[in-house]
Design a protein around this ligand. Structure first.
Ligand code: ADP
Length: 444
């Protein structure tokens, strides 16, 4: 992203050549990226005067409106394009956000899924989750014209990371080793004790704490293939299609066995049925349960199901029965030692001078892995610019990370723990959230 001086230079350049369309468009986009929404709006409007009906500029203007919660204005800008079948998918997603803002979940769901089906790159898991669960999902539209084919084989990954790439979290890694890896590596031992491998693990914890990273590392550790399933892979507005997509993902994992099948944001697919207003959603839950159980006893052999959620309390208890997600594993926010270890891993392939990771860990209280990654990325960007100016690689050192930490705010750990606290204190009859107690009562 441009810094403020760069932005000022761009403004000045645009002022001097007011008819330079690419320049004005670039300026408008930079203003939007930096969140100067009023200025961005003015610039997009000026650019539209030069190029009326330009789809990218219109999309930029609409995004500015959406971010200012001016949903009606966004829809008015988008409407002429939305009627055209080939409109840019980004516009469909913006329309979905605006429609959701206006409370029209049904139409929002339609535009979102239509856009994602044409370009999966525009998927926005957070928006998809809001469109779906736990309270509302797009109105189910009857009669599927054609089931949306899931591009199945493309979803299979070979994971390049292993537990060695996951810093800290020793207890979590040990649980996963016992639960997932040992039964596959030493089936005789488990058979001797009359235990069958199988059953999934539900990883839960604040966003960005490393749940996806862990799941991927588990696949790498095992040499198994990895299939990561997000909401956009499953949810479909047509009745029956979501269930078909879900089945396709399980079938794919079975064909790829041994395979780690990972569901992100699983609370949206596995929400408590009592919370659901739409029968359609309950069918997805039932289908999910049926797939976990497998049609026959051996159906899921070699398939390790992992799922992640920031909101485990929304997950239907039926998912926690034996053979399903029978293990709940808390992925905690990292303490100072874990933060230093994460930083060390994130920096290990960068040119480094002296580096005191513990010092950086001390000033990044409440940062999770994703925050630390953002911090390192920013420091690297600054270093890169300095290196370009100097004409030689300047290694990164402690002050660079400390400077990046200064401008950074940790994301949602405190908020997440406040929510978690309610569940631990008021709905912990079964002891399901005991693992959280030290965090609730501790310094966090
Ligand atoms: P979540 O799934 O919990 O939202 P992610 O797994 O997407 O979080 O974590 C975001 C990023 O943070 C990861 O891609 C990884 O680079 C980094 N990260 C998080 N935890 C760790 C860790 N323990 N060790 C190394 N990197 C981590």
């Amino acid at each position: 992203m441009l810094d403020d001086a760069g932005l000022q230079a761009l403004r000045e350049a645009a002022r001097l050549s007011p008819d330079n369309l690419p320049l004005r468009r670039h300026l408008a986009e930079q203003l939007l990226t930096k969140g100067y929404l009023a200025d961005a709006e003015a610039e997009f409007r000026a650019a539209l005067m030069l190029a009326p009906k330009d789809p990218d500029i219109t999309a930029g203007l609409a995004e500015t409106f959406v971010r200012r919660s001016a949903y009606g204005a966004a829809l008015a800008a988008l409407e002429p394009f939305l009627a055209e079948p080939g409109h840019p998918p980004r516009m469909g997603v913006l329309a979905a956000r605006a429609l959701l803002g206006e409370g029209d979940t049904g139409k929002a769901g339609y535009h979102y899924h239509e856009a994602v089906s044409r370009d999966p790159g525009v998927a926005d898991p957070e928006l998809a989750a809001r469109l779906m669960a736990p309270v509302a999902f797009a109105q189910a539209v009857p009669s599927p014209p054609a089931p949306a084919p899931v591009e199945a084989e493309e979803k299979v990954e070979r994971s390049e990371v292993t537990f060695a790439d996951v810093a800290g979290m020793e207890a979590v890694k040990e649980t996963l080793r016992v639960k997932l890896l040992l039964p596959l590596r030493q089936p005789e031992l488990f058979a001797a004790f009359g235990k069958r491998a199988g059953g999934g693990v539900l990883l839960y914890g604040p966003p960005g704490a490393g749940k996806t990273h862990l799941a991927r590392a588990a696949a790498g550790e095992l040499g198994a293939s990895f299939v990561s399933v997000g909401l956009a892979d499953i949810l479909d507005m047509y009745v029956g299609s979501s269930e078909r997509n879900l089945r396709a993902m399980f079938d794919l994992a079975r064909r790829q066995s041994p395979c780690v099948l990972f569901f992100d944001e699983v609370d949206a697919l596995a929400a408590r049925r009592s919370d659901m207003r739409q029968a359609h959603n309950r069918q997805i839950v039932n289908q999910f349960l049926a797939e976990l159980d497998g049609v026959d006893q051996h159906a899921n052999e070699g398939v390790l199901v992992l799922a992640a959620t920031n909101a485990p309390w929304y997950v239907d208890v039926a998912f926690r029965r034996p053979g399903r997600f029978d293990q709940l594993v808390f992925v905690p926010p990292p303490d100072a030692a874990a933060r230093a270890a994460i930083l060390r891993i994130l920096c290990r392939d960068k040119p480094l001078a002296e580096m005191d990771f513990d010092a950086v860990a001390r000033v990044t209280d409440q940062f999770v892995g994703a925050d630390l990654k953002g911090l390192v990325d920013r420091a690297v960007e600054v270093k890169l610019q300095q290196s370009i100016s100097a004409g030689r690689a300047i290694p990164m050192s402690t002050p660079d990370l400390l400077a990046a930490a200064k401008g950074a705010k940790p994301t949602a750990v405190r908020e997440w723990l406040a929510t978690a606290r309610n569940y631990v204190l008021h709905a912990n009859e079964s002891g399901a959230w005991d693992e959280l107690l030290p965090y609730i009562k501790g310094k966090w």
